[in-house]
Write a protein that binds this ligand. Structure first.
Ligand code: CP
Ligand code: NVA
Length: 320
C-alpha cells in the first residue's frame, strides 16, 4: 500500500480545534495513514519538504512538542518552537495580526494554551491550518493517538467500553467527542464536584445515540468498572490548577486506579495520556503492569500526528 493509495481527502476543514472538524470516516482514514507511516517510518522523508510548522506553547509539554518536532523532521520539513513571551503576542500584538503574519511565512501552527477561544480566534484569522495542541477544554491530538492505540490493540473501535476515572477535564471532553463520533461506549466516573462540562456531555449523548453507543456518568467508583475494555485516567490537577493541588489530592483520594480496583475488570487495558503522578491517580504497579498501554500511547502521538501533518500541510496552498 502506498500513501497515495490511502486516498487522503483534501481536508476542507483545515484546522484541528476540537476533533469535530473531521468526520468519523476521515478519522479512520487518518488512522490508516498512521498505520502505514508507523510500518514504513523512513518512506516519506520528503512529504513535507520546504514546509515549516510553528509551535506556540504557553504550557509545558514533553510528548506534544517532541512528536510534532520529530514528526516534521522525519517528513522533511522543519519546526519552530516559540514561547509566547518571546513573541510580540506576549507584548500585546493581537491574535488577529499575529495569525495573519504567521500565515505569510509558515505552513501550519500548533498552539498549546489555556483558552480554547484563543486557538479558535487564531484559526479564524489564519489562512494556514491551526492545530490545537491542548487547551483547558480539549486535547484532540491525544485522542487521535488513543484511538490509534486502541485500534492496534482491539482491531476495532466500535462497541468498545471505555471507563474514565478521575477529573472531568480536557481529556474527558475530548473523549466525549471521540467516543460519541466513533461509536465507543464511554463512562465517566468522577466526584460530583468535578464533572465534565454539561453542554459537551449532553451533546456527546445526542451524537452517541445516533451512532448507537452509550455515554454515561457516575460518581461512585465501587463496582463501576465491570465490563470495561479500557480503564483510562489522567492527572487530578491539570496545568493551570496548581493552586488547587492539595484540596484535589484529598477530594480524589478514592478515585485511584490500583490493582485492587482493576480486579473488577480482569481483561481491561490501562491507559493514561501522561504525564502520570504515581501514588495519586494511578499506582506504580498499574503503570508497570502488562495491562498498561501508556508507552504505546506516547509513541503513537508521533505516527498519528505525522498523518495529520501530511493531511493538513501537504494540501495547503499558501494564501497571500
Ligand atoms: N499527553 C501529552 O500531551 O503530554 P505532554 O503534556 O507532555 O505534551
Ligand atoms: N489534563 C492534563 C493533560 C496533560 C496532557 C492537563 O491539562 O494538564
Amino acid at each position: 500500500m502506498s500513501i497515495q493509495n490511502v486516498k487522503l481527502k483534501i481536508c476542507s476543514p483545515r484546522h484541528l480545534l476540537t476533533l469535530k472538524e473531521f468526520t468519523s470516516t476521515e478519522i479512520i482514514e487518518l488512522l490508516d495513514v498512521a498505520t502505514h507511516l508507523k510500518k514504513f517510518p523512513s518512506k516519506y522523508s520528503d512529504a513535507l519538504r520546504g514546509k515549516t510548522l510553528a509551535l506556540i506553547f504557553d504550557k509545558s509539554s514533553t510528548r506534544t512538542r517532541l512528536s510534532f518536532e520529530v514528526g516534521m523532521f522525519q517528513l522533511g520539513g522543519q519546526s519552530l518552537f516559540l514561547n509566547r513571551n518571546d513573541l510580540q503576542l506576549g507584548r500585546g500584538e493581537t491574535i488577529e495580526d499575529s495569525a495573519r503574519v504567521f500565515s505569510r511565512m509558515i505552513h501550519g501552527i500548533v498552539i498549546r494554551t489555556f483558552s480554547q477561544k484563543m486557538v479558535e480566534e487564531f484559526a479564524q484569522y489564519a489562512s494556514i491550518p491551526v492545530i490545537n495542541g491542548l487547551t483547558d477544554m480539549y486535547h484532540p491530538c491525544q485522542l487521535l493517538a488513543d484511538l490509534f492505540t486502541l485500534r492496534e490493540r482491539f482491531h476495532k473501535l466500535k462497541g468498545l467500553q471505555v471507563v474514565y476515572v478521575g477529573d472531568g477535564n480536557n481529556m474527558v471532553h475530548s473523549w466525549l467527542i471521540a467516543a460519541s463520533m466513533m461509536s465507543i461506549n464511554f463512562k465517566v466516573i468522577c466526584p460530583k464536584k468535578y464533572k465534565p462540562n454539561t453542554e459537551i456531555f449532553q451533546e456527546a449523548q445526542v451524537i452517541a445515540s445516533k451512532n448507537k453507543s452509550l455515554i454515561q456518568m457516575t460518581h461512585g467508583i465501587k463496582g463501576a468498572l465491570a465490563g470495561a475494555d479500557v480503564v483510562y485516567t489522567d492527572v487530578w490537577t491539570s496545568m493551570g490548577q496548581e493552586q488547587e493541588r492539595s484540596k484535589r489530592l484529598k477530594e480524589f483520594k478514592s478515585f485511584q486506579i490500583n490493582q485492587k480496583l482493576l480486579k473488577e475488570t480482569p481483561n481491561a487495558v490501562f491507559m493514561h495520556c501522561l504525564p502520570a503522578h504515581r501514588g495519586e491517580e494511578v499506582t506504580a504497579e498499574v503503570m508497570a503492569s502488562d495491562r498498561s498501554l501508556v508507552w504505546e500511547q506516547a509513541e503513537n502521538r508521533l505516527h498519528v500526528q505525522k498523518a495529520l501533518l501530511i493531511n493538513l500541510l501537504n494540501n495547503d496552498k499558501l494564501k497571500r
